[in-house]
Structures are given as C-alpha cells and as structure tokens.
Write a protein that binds this ligand. Structure first.
Ligand code: PLP
Length: 379
C-alpha cells in the first residue's frame, strides 16, 4: 500500500518511536520532586527545547497540549477571555474547523477574511478592513490565519497579514499544524503572537501538540487544575507523547530539504494528470507545500476515487481528511470559487518523510486507470 495521506496523519518517525519507548520507561509524574519525577521532568523539558528550536522560539514559550485542536482552542478562547471579550475575530475562510468552530464559540463577533481564487488570504481586503477598523465598536482585531492549507497545501502570507494586523493594534494567531517540517516555521520572522502545532502531522504521535505564545501576549487558561504548563494548560503531561513530539519536530526540521525536493515529482504527476485526463489542480499558480496535490475532474466523485485508489493500493483522502468518513463539500474549495461539480470530485494526495521516489508515478497510474474505467470512458 502506498500511503499518500500525510496531511491527515504522517506515519510515526523512527526517532519519535524510539523517544516514546524510552519515555514509557520513565514511570513518574513530571511534577514530582523525587528522582524519578525529575527524570520525567527532564523528558518534558528536552522535548520543549526541541519543539522551541524547530520554530525558532524560546523553550519556555511553548505550552504542550493534547493536539492542534486544543492548541487552537486555547489561543482563541484564551485571548478572548484575557481581553474580556473586547475584541473581534477575523478568521480566514479556509481555516481548519478547529479554528472556525472555536471562533464561533468564543462569544465575540467573528468576521470571515476573504480568500483569492488561488486560495490565499486576500491582503488587499485585509488592509482595507484594518484601515476602517472601529476600535470603539469592535475592540481589538484578532486575526486567525493558517500557515499552509491542509487541503490545497497553499502557503499563506502570514508575516504580511500579521504586520497589517499589528499596525492596526491587533493580534495574530497562526495555525501552523500543516507547516511544521514542510516549510520553515519561525515565530520571530512570522511576527505572530500565537502559533499552534500538532505532533502527528510531523511524524510524531497523535494526541499531542503545542501552542507557542509570544512572551507578554494576553492569554488566559481554559483548563484549570494542577497548574502545569505555567498554569496555561493544567493536566499531567502526556510524557511519551511529548517525547515523541520533540523528537519528531527535530527530525522533521532536519529532513525538510528532502520533503521540499518532492515538488519535482509532484509537479510531474500533475502535468501527466493534466495532459492525460484534463484535471484541474487547485492552487497550482501559487506557492504550495511541495508534498501536497489537490486535483479534480468533474463527474468523478471523490468518494468513488478514494475507494478505487484504495483497491489499487493507494491511500488518499477526499476534501479535508479530518472530516473524511463524513462526506461534505469542501469549504476551502468553495471559498476559492470552485464549481460544486468540481469541488465534489476533488481528492488530496499528500506525501512525506517516508515517501519513495516512484510513489507519485504509482498514484498517477492508479488514478488514471480508475478514471479510464469510469469518467474518461463516458466523456
Ligand atoms: N489545524 C490543521 C490545519 C489541521 O490540518 C488539523 C488536522 O487535520 C488540525 C488543526 C487539528 O489537529 P489535531 O488533529 O492535532 O487536533
């Protein structure tokens, strides 16, 4: 089976597995002051330093969470609480549901920030909106913009957006879940105030993530209890998960060049699918993650393609992988103005650290074979 669904979950990296197994031997609570407790603390702090280094941050500004969803939730609810709701959220139309839905439950006004047909945040719209911002009525602007889109791989103009929002006196949260290990994520260069990460997208374990918080940025906890993680996220730490996350973060940044080199094979696959079947590739004209391809041909439903490819030995997903299983139209492609018939037939191929050179070719072979049996036959 060729696994081409890394944007849903990347297979566990060997470095992460080894770190997790070692951490499982450390059977103590990191908050305990005795020797075993201190050994557990060391595991957590080593991983914190690794995750911090991977994003150009100080270790002490990294707060471990149960994953990307919780990191996004902590950022959005935490800042709204600290600002006593005197803010309005600006959420890009292509954010992951973990951002969109948490914004919706934050108890403040939410505005959708526009996206261009290429799938990028519309910076002209943002400049214009910030120029007209009414601080008395809307409070502080709080922008949520992702680093790279999980469906199309389109890389977002985060640093430009953060600067525009900062000049208007606002704050920016970046969901960098799909960025870590795929493109450089440097909190200083991005100029954001909060940044969410998830271990399992970078070859770490599922159920572990982190929120980076700029020193001094407003944030209240949303979980209360034992006061772990500088009281920003109470709850005994997921020791082995955190150890695996640290190792994966380090390895994924080390191997980033290899991942970026996948662009040539991805582009060759897309060129073949365009010439032999006339597919539409979403976000083809702008900077994308090198390992992601989202394409469609009207009339060949995504679920049918996913099943046909599964039978052909290739694992891919339709639309947003986090919601596959429940088939629903992609909001991302809709925001980009894709026709319904095309959006309904979009599939995502995403590769990563263990991808072999011929894998893209194999995906094209299997897809073309399925298409020739169905949609290309009838066209
Ligand atoms: N943000 C993005 C962009 C994602 O792709 C995902 C998962 O698909 C998440 C957040 C949620 O992360 P987690 O699965 O760790 O909760």
């Amino acid at each position: 089976m060729i696994y081409a669904d890394y944007n849903a979950t990347a297979p566990l990296r060997p470095e992460a597995r080894a770190a997790m197994i070692a951490a499982l031997e450390v059977q103590a609570n990191p908050s305990s002051v005795h020797g075993p407790g201190r050994a557990a603390r060391k595991v957590v702090e080593t991983a914190r330093a690794q995750v911090g280094a991977a994003i150009g941050a100080r270790a002490q500004d990294v707060v471990f969470t149960s994953g990307g969803t919780e990191a996004n939730a902590l950022a959005l609810h935490g800042v709204v609480a600290q600002l006593e709701r005197k803010c309005t959220l600006l959420v890009s139309a292509i954010e992951h549901e973990a951002v969109i839905k948490n914004a919706g439950y934050a108890g403040v006004g939410v505005e959708t920030a526009y996206i261009t047909a290429d799938g990028k945040l519309d910076l002209d719209w943002l400049r214009d909106r910030m120029a007209k911002w009414d601080h008395d009525r809307d409070g502080l602007p709080l922008m949520a913009i992702m680093m790279a889109n999980n469906e199309t791989g389109v890389i977002q103009p985060v640093s430009e957006a953060a600067m525009i929002v900062r000049e208007a006196g606002g704050l920016t949260h970046c969901d960098a879940v799909q960025g870590l290990g795929k493109i450089m994520v440097n909190v200083g260069l991005l100029g954001v105030d909060y940044l969410a990460l998830s271990a399992h997208k970078a070859g770490g374990p599922q159920g572990c993530g982190a929120l980076w918080v700029r020193s001094g940025a407003p944030l209240k906890p949303v979980l209360f209890g034992g006061g772990q993680e500088r009281s920003l996220r109470s709850g005994t730490e997921n020791l082995s998960g955190i150890a695996g996350f640290g190792a994966a973060a380090e390895a994924s940044v080390r191997d980033m060049g290899k991942l970026q080199a996948l662009a040539a094979a991805r582009d060759a696959m897309e060129a073949r699918l365009i010439s032999e079947a006339g597919v539409t590739v979403f976000g083809a004209g702008v900077e994308r993650l090198a390992q992601t391809s989202n394409f469609a041909i009207a009339g060949f439903r995504a679920e049918t393609q996913v099943m046909a490819m599964d039978l052909g030995g290739v694992a891919v997903s339709s639309g947003s992988a986090c919601s596959s299983g429940k088939v629903k139209r992609s909001l991302v492609l809709a925001a980009m103005g894709a026709e319904d018939a095309l959006a309904d037939s979009a599939i995502r191929v995403s590769f990563g650290w263990d991808t072999q050179p011929g894998d893209f070719d194999r995906v094209a072979d299997v897809w073309l074979e399925a298409a020739r049996r169905t949609v290309l036959k009838t066209n």
